[in-house]
Design a protein around this ligand. Structure first.
Ligand code: GDP
Length: 479
């Protein structure tokens, strides 16, 4: 444990000069940006008349509040959290709306007028939480920040259109997140619907229907005609039962910000999903560098609630500023500690804005990471100008796995390297390999925030050789 002189001074609201002076008295010469160990910091703080909270509830490295493990007997069943994914125009929004309208528990307030990024429905006395993450990018961006919110992914495929590029992307994102997939074959009301064709196409991606000897649940639905929606809910509950999702409602809340905005009248408004514990009005909460006391909470129907337990999405008022979507939030019992964490996060954020961090996995130090046992699986995303190259690389890669490292092609596609690819790579510690393609504008922007190793090649052989070399520690460094 260590702390930078400047941060220590900020925490005590005194000048860094005073801290440096005190350190000198103790025989330590330090600069304002120097790190000093926890013992020294405690000594200085005590000397200056400050109490130091020894109770470490915050990971100094990541500045994340540390999770206290819940004893098994404190865990109770919680509703499952479901995300709908799929190709554009295949009916994600329509399906979400149709389910919401037919199953949401109406209140006297009478309104399903509210649109928040998540809602709960009840089916056969059991609750299901639906999270509306617009696009796979959001889904994966959340994972890149360390938030895993989804238990089950519903893959929507339009029966008239069949498997499309974003269908495949959705499959790969769900797989990378290790969540079970239920396929909803939508638009079966259409004359040119070919649900069997969808089933056949998906077998290529290892989603094999049960009646064909596989394990994937397929439900044929029509969002427009509200056909088979109950059956879909039934299947979700079935998968949820196997997952046995649990949480401890009797502890301070933790969860994820799903979306947030600045409301003219109400100030920062955040929709959060409680993932563990119970969030209550009056709780002190932190999310990134935003903090505040929960002033009021609303459920998805706009009704005020005093508390929200596991898997419940709520709108929260009271944040000091708008927290970014995907940020983890924590209710902190000790408000002083909470403010301390925020202070350190702000310092750290400023420091990080200044320095460029290295990607988590890169070809350049892959060998070292293998040797240190940090890497056992090398995840690779392949983008190319033609499908043939994607397939060729996939096959070649499968053959170069060694006993130490398994090489996985987690996603492959035709076209430029996109922002979604960057997010997926960041969330899955993957390297991106491109053939005759380049990162597009948004990808380049995303690269500034998410450090990911991208390698561009013209010849497949070169890529394979590079990866082989990196795995055996023979890669020539790139200059
Ligand atoms: P998203 O882009 O995946 O969210 O797709 P939308 O929900 O916006 O739907 C795209 C289009 O397909 C809209 O015009 C919908 O009205 C239509 N659509 C969605 N579901 C169905 C369905 O079950 N049957 C038919 N015939 N049309 C549908």
């Amino acid at each position: 444990e260590s702390i930078i002189v400047k941060s220590l001074a900020e925490k005590m609201s005194i000048s860094a000069g005073e801290v440096i002076k005190k350190l000198m008295e103790l025989g330590i010469l330090a600069t304002i940006n120097q790190e000093i160990d926890a013992d020294t910091a405690t000594l200085v703080a005590n000397d200056l008349g400050f109490q130091v909270d020894i109770k470490i509830e915050v990971d100094k490295e990541t500045m994340l509040v540390q999770e206290q493990e819940d004893a098994p007997d404190t865990l109770l069943a919680r509703p499952c959290v479901v995300t709908i994914m799929g190709h554009v125009d295949h009916g994600k929004t329509s399906l979400l709306d149709a389910i919401r309208k037919s199953n949401v528990i109406a209140t006297e307030a009478g309104g399903i007028t509210q649109h928040i990024g998540a809602y709960q429905v009840e089916h056969k006395g059991k609750k299901i939480t639906f999270v509306d993450t617009p696009g796979h990018e959001a889904f994966t961006a959340m994972r890149a920040r360390g938030a895993k919110i989804t238990d089950i992914a519903i893959l929507v495929v339009a029966a008239d259109d069949g498997v499309m590029p974003q269908t495949i992307e959705a499959i790969n994102h769900a797989r990378a997140a290790e969540v079970p997939i239920i396929v909803a074959v939508n638009k079966i009301d259409k004359e040119d619907a070919q649900p069997e064709k969808v089933k056949r196409q998906l077998t290529e991606y290892n989603l094999v229907a049960e009646e064909w000897g596989g394990e994937t649940i397929f439900v044929e639905v029509s969002a427009r005609e509200k056909q088979n929606l109950n059956e879909l809910l039934e299947m979700i509950l079935l998968v949820a039962e196997i997952g046995e999702y649990k949480a401890n409602p009797n502890r301070a809340a933790r969860g994820t910000v799903i979306e947030a905005e600045l409301d003219k009248g109400r100030g920062p408004v955040a929709t959060v999903l409680v993932q563990n514990g119970t969030l209550k009005v009056g709780d002190f909460i932190i999310a990134g560098v935003a903090y505040g006391k929960v002033r009021a909470m609303m459920d998805h129907t706009g009704r005020r609630v005093k508390k929200a337990g596991p898997s419940m999405p709520v709108e929260v008022l009271g944040f000091s500023e708008v927290p970014p979507a995907g940020e983890l939030f924590y209710a902190v019992e000790d408000e002083k500690l909470g403010k301390q964490v925020i202070g350190e996060r702000q310092v750290k954020k400023r420091e990080e804005d200044l320095k460029v961090t290295a990607p988590k996995v890169s070809l350049d130090d892959l060998f070292n990471q293998i040797q240190e046992g940090q890497v056992k699986e090398l995840n690779i995303i392949i983008k190319a100008d033609v499908q043939g190259s994607v397939e060729a690389v996939k096959q070649a890669l499968q053959q170069i796995s060694t006993e130490e490292v398994r090489v996985n092609a987690i996603h492959g596609g035709v076209g430029a390297v996109t922002e979604t690819d960057i997010m997926l790579a960041s969330a899955s510690n993957a390297i991106i390999i491109g053939f005759n393609v380049r990162p597009d504008v948004n990808a380049r922007k995303a690269l500034e925030a998410e450090k990911v190793d991208i390698r561009l090649y013209r010849v497949i052989y070169d890529a394979i050789e590079d990866i082989k070399a990196a795995m055996s520690g023979l890669l020539e460094p790139e200059y």
